[in-house]
Ligand binder design. Structure first.
Ligand SMILES: [Zn+2]
Ligand SMILES: [Zn+2]
Length: 106
């Protein structure tokens, strides 16, 4: 693995991000109030966890369960790694990469 600051913070997406995320080791956890997906960021490769309750609380998504197929995809997701990325604003997290999952992996 290369230096952790290889990727500067940048809000960026790529059509390949979603497929790359799914192709790497990942986990979907169905919790009481939310769905949590963990895996590795397709851009910076850092381990990350995405808690969908964030988007539910913001009203972006309705409450849902991972065990049920979601009719209304795609599900937005963005890098939330805890590693440092240069130029990252204080109120941001991860490396800035974002993508969307058509459906949750089962
Ligand atoms: Zn990162
Ligand atoms: Zn990242």
């Amino acid at each position: 693995m290369t230096a952790p600051d290889e990727h500067w913070f940048e809000e960026i997406s790529d059509p390949g991000f979603a497929g790359l995320f799914i192709s790497q080791e990942h986990r979907v956890l169905d919790t009481r109030g939310s769905v949590v997906v963990s895996g590795h960021c397709p851009r910076c490769s850092h381990p990350m966890t995405f808690d969908y309750s964030k988007l539910v609380h913001k009203g972006i998504l309705p409450r849902f369960k991972a065990s049920k197929p979601i009719a209304k995809g795609p599900l937005p997701m963005y890098c939330t790694c805890r590693f440092e990325h240069r130029d990252r604003p204080d109120d941001e997290e991860g490396c800035g990469a974002f993508w969307s999952l058509e459906v949750l992996p089962q």
